[in-house]
Design a protein around this ligand. Structure first.
Ligand SMILES: N=CN[C@@H](CCC(=O)O)C(=O)O
Ligand SMILES: [Zn+2]
Length: 389
């Protein structure tokens, strides 16, 4: 990092050596060690290269859409009112339960491809619209298939604690036992789960319920993360941090206790400006206090049918800057290094020897252009695991 590059760590006239899916060497082309000078070359024409982008919070696999809910909100209904009336997440649950794996895959792929076309090379995909064991596992199988078909890294997250389905409306404990925990065990045994998440909110699960679910995840050796403090302050982020959570996400209502706990545990703050924008929220995440405490901040699309029907990580960066006053450097770090950390991945997000050769090549001169433009995609090429895509 240096002052001139604005903290990006830019290398002018740079070159990188890739091999075995990894970055072997990076530096100025003039300093390329002699042993590499005879290797086949890709001339990138002086373009800017960044790490491949990481979208660390998505619900990109789902059935149906929520365009009617969008209209209802414009007519004055709130997200909570719609949820309490059986709409919101539960309407996506009905459509997701009805869809088979093929249909879910077919509807998700165009959304995924839109992300990839903007330089994304790693995507997190949550369950959470099935809310029964079979439907939740179905979502995660589709997520894994997306990774195989598109040759990108997909990290899967068990989000059965997203909402209470109607058949369990008088039996919260039964839902947690029979679906959230029993399904977690099965999904873990089948190798379908990389992390466990939940929605800690008045319309979803309490802090104590989530703590019990996280204790179970810990027994299985699964890392945890949490939708916390989106609509109210239930102290979810602090509880998640005490469980060593990889990330706490949303965080509009996060208080100082939560910030302090996240700083101690190294929990990444994942901000989701798409949901903030769509819900026309007025409560801002505590950017400066997070910075002051040294909490790492990531950005993600939160692509979902209700609160963030968005498939652009570049627009997310612009929103992070315009809505949350993040600097362009913070926005880029937020979709690379810190986003990788939010997924527990230490092998990507930076261009450095030994790390995965996931790279995005852009037709721009300066990295701030990625954040500054709106609706413009300057991606030239991606390298995924060292392969030119
Ligand atoms: N906040 C909870 N879950 C999703 C929204 C899901 C939905 O409304 O379908 C989110 O991250 O914003
Ligand atoms: Zn979410």
């Amino acid at each position: 990092m240096d002052a001139e590059s604005g903290g990006y760590g830019l290398i002018e006239q740079g070159a990188a050596v890739l091999g075995g899916g990894r970055i072997i060497w990076v530096g100025q082309e003039a300093a390329l060690p002699a042993e590499y000078t005879t290797l086949p070359r890709h001339d990138l024409g002086g373009r800017l290269v960044t790490p491949g982008l990481v979208d660390c919070h998505t619900h990109i696999v789902f059935g149906g859409d929520r365009a009617r809910e969008f209209e209802m909100r414009l007519e004055g209904a709130s997200y909570e009112q719609i949820a309490r009336a059986g709409g919101g997440i539960l309407s996506s649950v009905r459509a997701t339960r009805e869809a088979d794996e093929q249909a879910l895959l077919a509807s998700a792929l165009p959304r995924v491809d839109t992300l990839l076309a903007e330089g994304v090379t790693t995507i997190e995909i949550k369950s959470g619209y099935g809310l029964d064991v079979e439907s939740e596992l179905k979502m995660l199988r589709v997520a894994r298939r997306i990774g195989e078909l598109r040759k990108v890294t997909v990290r899967t997250t068990w989000l059965a604690a997203h909402a209470l389905p109607p058949e369990y409306k008088d039996d919260r404990a039964g839902y947690i036992r029979d679906v959230v925990i029993a399904g977690m065990e099965r999904g873990h045994a089948e190798g379908l789960i990389d992390a466990v998440d939940g929605f800690c909110e008045g319309i979803a699960f309490s802090r104590d319920e989530m703590a019990g679910i996280f204790d179970h995840a810990a027994r299985l050796g699964l890392p945890v993360k949490l939708h916390a403090e989106q609509l109210s302050d239930l102290g979810g982020a602090a509880m998640a941090a005490q469980h060593g959570a990889l990330s706490a996400d949303h965080l509009e209502w996060l208080g100082q206790d939560g910030i302090d706990a996240m700083a101690v545990s190294g929990t990444v703050a994942v901000l989701l400006p798409g949901a903030f924008y769509t819900l026309r929220e007025t409560q801002y995440p505590p950017m400066q206090a997070l910075r002051d405490a040294g909490v790492r901040i990531a950005l993600a699309t939160d692509c979902n049918p209700g609160t963030s029907p968005m498939t652009s990580l570049l627009l997310t960066m612009n929103m992070g800057a315009t809505l949350f006053r993040m600097t362009p450097t913070e926005c880029l770090t937020g979709v690379t290094r810190h986003a990788a950390a939010a997924l527990g991945l230490s092998d990507r997000g930076v261009i450095a020897p030994g790390l995965r050769a996931d790279l995005a090549v852009w037709d721009i001169q300066h990295p701030a252009e990625l954040t500054y433009r709106i609706g413009f995609n300057p991606l030239h090429t991606r390298f995924v695991g060292g392969e030119l895509v």
